[in-house]
Design a protein around this ligand. Structure first.
Ligand SMILES: NC(=O)c1ccc[n+]([C@@H]2O[C@H](COP(=O)([O-])OP(=O)(O)OC[C@H]3O[C@@H](n4cnc5c(N)ncnc54)[C@H](O)[C@@H]3O)[C@@H](O)[C@H]2O)c1
Length: 253
């Protein structure tokens, strides 16, 4: 899909992978709505890239609906939606204080999985209003999974389950939306240098980086954004989760 002039929304666009994606889409001429629960940071990114910002809690139906409607009012029906909003808290199923509070598990699923579905359903409903291109294509939806979907570590039960949900959602969504000319993909990143990761002590960062076969460094957010651009640009990419992980296979701990 040609990006120039296309209305795009990026959740989690205020930071990390989402911010890099918002910048890359804008550089290619897309009209970007930066959606995030951190409204001020979203506004700062939007101002720099000539986009619009939306305060949006992806877990909330009304909040996401309002944000997607505002994006449409500003830029037209959405043609590209990228889900980067997410959290990665670590907690054991049975820890020192007893069983994990059910609410902790539910919260991670709500943000990472249900939040991504929430934006997917609203974006897809707008995409079907768009004029198809010569390939019959109307839109592309990309969500962010994780290598934890396949090799979740101890303490990642909730996170890995949420990301496994994204992987499982991708093919049935692509199959259903195929008749509307909408492609659905997801990306499973390994270790990327985002605020989520760079907030850790240097020693932890170094020991994590040492687990990466090659190259032995964290991914740059712009390298994630490159894959987003490739997926949007190549019409045959559909229904798949693609790992971008330096050949990392995570150990149990
Ligand atoms: N950084 C990595 O190494 C890595 C690896 C694998 C997967 N991921 C996934 O990539 C995505 C982006 O992560 P990141 O590293 O850029 O993290 P980040 O913390 O830099 O960015 C995440 C953004 O999501 C926003 N957000 C959180 N909850 C939200 C909500 N309810 N509604 C709207 N926005 C919300 C945050 O405000 C933040 O701006 C996440 O889904 C994460 O799980 C990251």
């Amino acid at each position: 899909m040609e990006l120039h002039g296309v209305s795009a929304v990026v959740t989690g666009g205020a930071s990390g992978l989402g911010e890099a994606t918002a910048r890359a889409l804008a550089e290619r001429g897309a009209k970007v709505a930066v959606l995030d629960i951190q409204a001020d940071q979203a506004q700062a990114v939007a101002s720099e890239i000539g986009g619009v910002a939306g305060a949006c809690d992806v877990t909330d139906a009304a909040s996401a609906e309002a944000a997607l409607e505002a994006a449409k009012a500003a830029h037209g029906p959405v043609g590209v939606a990228v889900n980067c909003a997410g959290v990665a808290p670590a907690k054991k199923i049975v820890g020192r204080d007893g069983p994990m509070p059910l609410e902790d598990f539910r919260r991670v699923i709500e943000i990472n999985l249900i939040g991504s579905f929430n934006v997917m359903r609203l974006a897809a409903a707008q995409m079907v209003e768009r004029e198809p291109n010569e390939d019959g294509e109307r839109g592309v939806i990309i969500s962010t999974a994780s290598v934890a979907a396949y090799e979740g570590q101890i303490g990642q039960a909730a996170y890995a389950a949420s990301k496994g949900g994204i992987v499982g959602l991708t093919l049935p969504a692509a199959r259903e939306l195929a008749s509307s000319g909408v492609r659905v993909l997801s990306i499973a990143p390994g270790l990327f240098g985002t605020p989520m990761m760079l907030g850790m002590p240097r020693t932890v960062q170094d020991s994590l980086a040492a687990t990466l076969p090659f190259p032995q460094r964290f991914g740059k957010p712009a390298e994630y954004a490159d894959l987003v651009l490739f997926m949007i640009g190549n019409p045959l990419m559909n229904g798949e989760t693609v790992r971008i992980d330096n050949a990392l296979r995570m150990a149990p701990r």
